[in-house]
Design a protein around this ligand. Structure first.
Ligand code: ASP
Length: 337
């Protein structure tokens, strides 16, 4: 695809070569994300960061990624703080705010809303999550993490064996990840969820249509026995009609160190898009996994910055100029990465 000036709304807009291009630019962002070098390639550029639904990681990592490229961030958070609360349409908001920014990262509770906003925007818009629909930058960082984690184990994305566990109905990260996996070869996907929270049928069909093997199950232990990756997710309680309904499913699948030791192959990688729900009633990934070296959740969040830097660099067409605007840092940076 042509990245320059494009919106990033869904992973379905990518070919495999596009994903590989994003990953190779992300690799080159490491010295900047690790604070060994600084670049000013986006000096003067402004990111409109518009998060109309709760977010910590995605919002802050889009902002950090933009800052790390030398740009500035303007934030709007929460529908209640914006003119949308006064009845303004997405069209009008997009026309106005795209006059104030060079690129916009946006999250909104309604599926399709970011695409509607993008259609009226004068600058590229990156989807930071639209309802239960998609979360393309998360799927890219998840796949980038999978690639890096498996490289050291002599395995790759082609031939990957992955179990996705939890709320597969409302979890937008697993929707986008499955669609992205359709670009690769011979993937085995085990979908573990309560019957009511199964992966949408059309996404399962897409996986099968790509030649992948798909198994659906409601039993955690048997499903994680022969996979490279266990990708756990939170019950998306904000998408249920009531708290009581969400409570029916919370805590159904809990992975802890003892289950991991008994059932997983050695070195099975554990992932989660975060936030993990650490309340006693949930604990889909127990804190006793924190010292397990295969717990990749914080490597995922670090990788998120690299992938989002790559997206900005490609969309704003500076990927080849980053190093020309760079210097070493002169403050203490050791030990964080
Ligand atoms: N942070 C992810 C999302 O926004 C996952 C989650 O909230 O459970 O979709």
């Amino acid at each position: 695809m042509q990245f320059a000036g494009s919106h990033i709304l869904s992973v379905t807009q990518f070919e495999r070569a596009d994903v590989e291009r994003i990953f190779s630019v992300a690799d080159r962002m490491e010295p900047y994300a690790q604070r060994r070098r600084v670049t000013k390639v986006l000096d003067g550029a402004i990111l409109g960061s518009m998060f109309f639904e709760p977010s910590t990681r995605t919002r802050v990592s889009f902002g950090s990624a933009f800052n790390l490229l030398g740009g500035e961030v303007r934030e709007t958070t929460g529908i209640e703080n914006s003119a949308i609360a006064k009845g303004e349409s997405l069209y009008d908001t997009a026309r106005v705010l795209s006059g104030y920014s060079d690129v916009i990262a946006m999250r909104h509770p309604a599926a399709g809303s970011v695409a509607e906003f993008a259609a009226a925007s004068r600058v590229p818009v990156i989807n930071g999550g639209d309802g239960a629909n998609e979360h393309p930058s998360q799927a890219l960082l998840d796949l980038y993490t999978i690639k890096k984690e498996l490289a050291g184990r002599g395995r790759g994305i082609d031939g990957l064996r992955i179990a996705m566990v939890g709320d597969l109905r409302f979890g937008r990260t697993v929707h986008s990840l499955c669609k992205l996996l359709c670009l690769f070869q011979r993937v085995q996907v085990v979908l573990v969820s309560p019957a009511e929270l199964r992966m949408p049928g059309e996404i399962v069909e897409d996986l099968r249509g790509a030649g992948h093997e798909v198994l659906e199950s409601d039993a955690l232990e048997a499903s994680i026995a022969h996979v490279d990756i266990v990708y756990s997710t939170r019950i998306q309680e904000e998408r249920f009609s009531s708290q009581q309904e969400a409570d029916l499913y919370r805590g159904r699948f809990r992975l802890n160190q003892s289950i991991y030791t008994q059932h997983c192959e050695p070195n099975t990688v554990i992932m989660h898009p975060l936030p993990r729900d650490s309340r006693e009633t949930a604990r889909e990934l127990d804190d006793d996994l924190n010292d397990n070296p295969n717990l990749a959740i914080f490597r995922q969040t670090d990788n998120g910055v690299l992938v989002r830097m790559a997206l900005f660099a490609l969309v704003l067409e500076v990927a080849e100029q980053v190093d020309a605007h760079a210097r070493d840092v002169n403050w203490y940076t050791a030990g964080r990465f």
